[in-house]
Structures are given as C-alpha cells and as structure tokens.
Design a protein around this ligand. Structure first.
Ligand code: FE2
Ligand code: FE2
Length: 292
C-alpha cells in the first residue's frame, strides 16, 4: 500500500473517530465546578461541600472512602461535611473529578487484557507525582498539576469507551514490545489518545493548561510548553518506570537528566518525590476502591 493510500485511509478514519468523540456526553457541571474550585484557592470548604452534596453518587463515595479501613477513624462517619473535613480538600477534589470522569466514560463491558483498575491507579499516581514535582520545583499551582494528572489520559478513556474492541486490540499489539502505545493507536484509529483528548478538551472548553497536558504528555515538547505540562510529562514517565498502575505499555520510558534540568529539578529532589510517592501507595488503593 502506497503512502497516499494510507494517508487518505487515515483521513477518513480520523473524521469518523472525531465525530464519535463529539457525541460523548458532556461532563457534568460538577466537573466544571471542581475545576473552578481548583483555580480559586480561596474557595472555602463550605462552598466545595455544597457542590458535593448536590451530587448523591459523589456524597456516598465520599462517605465510603472516609469509612474505609485506610483512614481507621474510630467512629462511623455519617455526614458528608464531617467526611470532607476528615479527608481534606485535596482528596475531596480528586474524588469529585474522578467520579465525574468515571461517569462520563463508564463502560460496563469487561475488556480482555485491559486493566481498568490499574488504569485508574495510573491516573491518580500521575496526579500525585505531578503535584509532588510541582511542589519540589516551586511551581505556582501544584493543585492544577494534580488535576491535570488525573485527567491527562481522558483521550485513552474516550477511545476505550467508544471503541472497546479496537482498544483491546491495541493493547494486544503492545505485548511484543515493538510498538509504543502512540504508534499502535495511530495504526488502529489514525490518531492517538493525545489527539483524541485534545479534541475533547477543545470541545468541552477545558482550560488551556489542562488541554496542553492532555495533548502533549507523551511528547518532549511538553517540557517547553509550560511547567505544569512538563510536570505531567515527567510524572507519566516516572509512574511507568515504577510500574505504579497499568497502561498496557511494555516499553519502559527513559528519564534523562536533561529532562529533569528542564524543570529545574535536582536528583535529590527527584529522590524525595520518589519517597513521597511510595508513602502514598496505600492511599491510592483506597481511593480507587471508593470510585469503583
Ligand atoms: Fe497517555
Ligand atoms: Fe498516562
């Protein structure tokens, strides 16, 4: 098959993939409210708790998490407000985001070879890792890094939801270690999950910084785009190198000292990020169980 043929074949496919993406349900208002809350550090717990209580599914997950053995609170936590005080702002925001994204992309079919639980652990791990990097490198908005980490792979979730069989085949194609995820997706769909995610980010009017993280996290251009975007790029690699969560990729990405330097991160600071991430391992497990 000549290049021209392959090109026009893909062009047709991309168009149909994009039109399917545009039919996905818009994320609930709660997601936008949470994103707003993140960009406004002054927003009080009272305001956030009001947003949470408007959403019964979110409220019940909040209670489930607060009553999980991980926290080991002595008495049963009965009210959402109490749960939120005990869990803290960061966890409340993460749970709100996780639940709204989960609902948007929920697909009840089990896919052979696709570890959905592991995928969610990957999102949370990248969020926590990016936040730690942002703090270590003294970035202005570590919370934005956390949010960006949780949603950086929404393109992947969208492709899984819309094209489950093709997505499972993509994972299968990665097994022999010859293709990257990006390459396998381009072969299957004509576009990769960064492009799919960027399309959704535009379609849903997500903030530019989040759009860039979604669009560039597998590309070293991320390091030049912005500091948060760079943090997500590094965090994604770090979590894969440590096998935190699952993505289906078998090629372990390299992490160079130039890349660390691009964000102004010393090797000592990186070691500290690693240590803090280890401490969060059981938190990630409990968090995930409460979303499911
Ligand atoms: Fe990705
Ligand atoms: Fe990722």
């Amino acid at each position: 098959m000549g290049m021209m043929t392959a090109g026009s074949h893909h062009a047709r496919e991309i168009k149909s993939v994009l039109s399917r993406l545009s039919e996905l349900p818009t994320p609930p208002a709660a997601l936008y409210k949470m994103l707003d809350a993140l960009s406004n550090p002054k927003l009080s717990m009272a305001r956030i708790s009001k947003t949470v209580m408007e959403d019964p599914a979110l409220s019940s997950k909040m209670l489930k998490l607060a009553n999980s053995p991980y926290y080991g609170f002595q008495k049963e936590v009965m009210s959402v407000e109490h749960a939120m005080v005990l869990l803290g702002v960061e966890t409340v925001k993460a749970l709100a985001l996780g639940v709204s994204i989960f609902n948007t992309f929920h697909n009840s079919t089990e896919l052979k070879g696709v570890n959905k639980a592991g995928l969610w652990t990957h999102f949370l791990a990248v969020g926590l890792c990016a936040q730690l990097i942002a703090k270590a490198a003294r970035m202005t908005a570590p919370d934005v890094a956390f949010t960006a980490g949780i949603i950086h792979d929404i393109g992947r979730l969208a492709l899984l939801r819309l094209f489950p069989a093709d997505s499972a085949a993509v994972v299968e194609r990665l097994q022999n270690g010859e293709l990257t995820l990006i390459e396998a997706e381009k072969e299957a769909f004509g576009l990769d999950h960064q492009e799919a995610g960027a399309f959704l980010a535009d379609h849903w009017s997500l903030p530019e910084e989040l759009h860039d993280c979604i669009a560039l996290h597998h590309d070293e251009a991320a390091l030049k785009k912005g500091r948060i975007t760079g943090a997500i790029y590094l965090a994604d690699k770090i979590c894969k190198r440590r096998q935190l969560g699952w993505t289906g990729e078998v090629i372990t990405p390299e992490l160079t000292s130039d890349e660390l330097a691009a964000l102004g991160l010393s090797s000592g600071q990186l070691a500290e990020v690693h240590e803090r991430l280890t401490e969060k391992a059981s938190y990630m497990q409990e968090f995930f169980k409460s979303i499911w």
